[in-house]
Design a protein around this ligand. Structure first.
Ligand code: CO
Length: 225
């Protein structure tokens, strides 16, 4: 038997188990999704969003890439973000890094990894931005851990820099933004940063867009008529 066949067998057993507990499970599941959370995590196989948070199908909308980056040129990430915020109206966006992240480690080295250099370049830029703090940490593991945390903080800030998030903030109470780091040694998540809805102080003023809230915009349109 090929190893992948085990996955299909396990899937059959899983579906049967769900039906045993609740014969209506898949009827309900197939109706729609109303997740409260968007998870932006690393592709690393050791950090599965649902298992480490004990959430069920339908509870977390997930995007994963190498080193959990939020890049303003990444159509994939932006499409996920727009759908999650504007259509699903998620309440919390979780950027979840993890210590021992291979992507962050690769970015810390001077090795040429080919195409992925261009992706990792974004982490090198974060290193450069926080060079004084990072170079002040002599222990290499602690410096590596800190870059993982700084990376998560910068990605949370990148979320706040998007018009998608700023428009949602102008018109409602959500989403809150969270930066978390998962520790593979303990299985626990460290909360690194939390940004409440509307808190533009997180980002430099140059990144704040003039977005009228819906009430003001409606009023302005009325006055034009
Ligand atoms: Co990783």
């Amino acid at each position: 038997m090929h190893t992948y066949q085990k996955l299909l067998l396990t899937n059959k057993a899983w579906a049967a188990q769900k039906l045993r507990v609740d014969p209506n499970y898949f009827n309900e599941l197939s109706k729609d999704q109303t997740p409260d959370y968007l998870w932006i995590g690393c592709s690393d196989s050791r950090v599965p969003a649902d298992q480490v948070t004990g959430t069920q199908p339908g509870e977390i909308f997930v995007h994963r890439n190498v080193a959990n980056l939020v890049l303003h040129t990444d159509m994939n990430l932006l499409s996920v973000l727009q759908y999650a915020v504007e259509v699903l109206k998620v309440k919390h966006i979780l950027v979840v890094g993890h210590y021992n992240c291979g992507g962050v480690k690769a970015a810390m080295s001077n090795e040429d990894f080919g195409l992925i250099n261009k992706w990792l370049r974004n982490i090198k830029d974060i290193y450069e931005k926080h060079e004084d703090e990072l170079n002040g940490i002599s222990d290499e593991t602690l410096r590596f851990n800190r870059l993982v945390e700084l990376n998560v903080i910068e990605q949370v800030k990148n979320l706040a820099k998007t018009t998608i998030v700023q428009k949602a903030w102008a018109n409602g109470e959500y989403p809150y933004l969270h930066g978390w780091v998962f520790d593979l040694h303990t299985g626990l998540i460290n909360q690194i940063i939390e940004v409440e809805s509307g808190d533009l102080n997180t980002i430099n003023p140059i990144h704040r867009f003039n977005i009228p809230d819906k009430k003001t915009a409606d009023l302005e349109n009325l006055m034009k008529d």
